[in-house]
Design a protein around this ligand. Structure first.
Ligand SMILES: O=C(O)CCC(=O)C(=O)O
Ligand SMILES: [Fe+2]
Length: 200
């Protein structure tokens, strides 16, 4: 495991901080966690209400946390499951590496490039004013993009196997982010976003 302090560089030109750390997990460790999470996480298809209709996504999700937090987005209430050992271990490793603590984790499973995540900000009130989000990527490398809400400036990067992207400061106020779909991508990816739910 690498420490975070070397070569810290903000990818965003203004109005937020996004710091990318390659190789936080070495490939063998990252492979191990990918296999464990694929098997052990209680994956479910995500639901959202759009234009008054209930949509079921192909992407799978799961949400774990310290307590039975209620968290709402896309107009659906979700309840956190209690941590399992493998998640507790990786959470501790991420916390030590980035020097922050987290009380919940939202996981995403993208089976292939036909699944992605559209433009959004993680700005739900449960996350507090300037949320700190640590996003661990496992599996195939995928493109990730930011777009500024006013200037429309974009910043893109690859999120590689075993990397962590830290988003903090005013990022969620000013920037949207997305995981674009790509027909070229045939393999699966698991993403863990560690967050803090305030006053859950
Ligand atoms: O899969 C990713 O890297 C992005 C996930 C994301 O933005 C989210 O869960 O809010
Ligand atoms: Fe997000």
């Amino acid at each position: 495991m690498k420490l975070f302090n070397n070569n810290v560089q903000n990818l965003l030109p203004y109005d937020g901080e996004a710091i990318y750390h390659e190789g936080v997990l070495d490939p063998i460790e990252a492979d191990k966690y990918f296999d464990i999470f694929l098997k052990e996480i209680a994956w479910v298809n995500d639901e959202a209400i759009m234009f008054g209709r209930r949509i079921i996504t192909k992407r799978k999700v799961a949400w774990y946390g310290d307590a039975d937090y209620k968290y709402s987005y896309s107009r659906i209430d979700r309840h956190a499951l209690p941590w399992i050992d493998s998640l507790r271990m990786i959470k501790q490793q991420i916390e030590e590496t980035c020097g922050k603590t987290f009380n919940s984790c939202l996981l995403n499973l993208y089976h292939n490039g036909s699944e992605g995540m559209s433009w959004h900000s993680d700005d739900e009130k449960e996350l507090g004013n300037d949320p700190i989000i640590a996003s661990l990527s496992l599996g195939v490398n995928r493109k990730f993009s930011f777009k500024h809400k006013q200037t429309k400036a974009t910043v893109s990067l690859a999120l590689n196997h075993g990397s962590v992207l830290l988003m903090q400061g005013s990022t969620q106020h000013y920037w949207l982010h997305s995981l674009p779909k790509s027909t070229k991508i045939t393999g699966p990816r698991i993403n863990l976003t560690f967050r803090n739910i305030i006053g859950g």
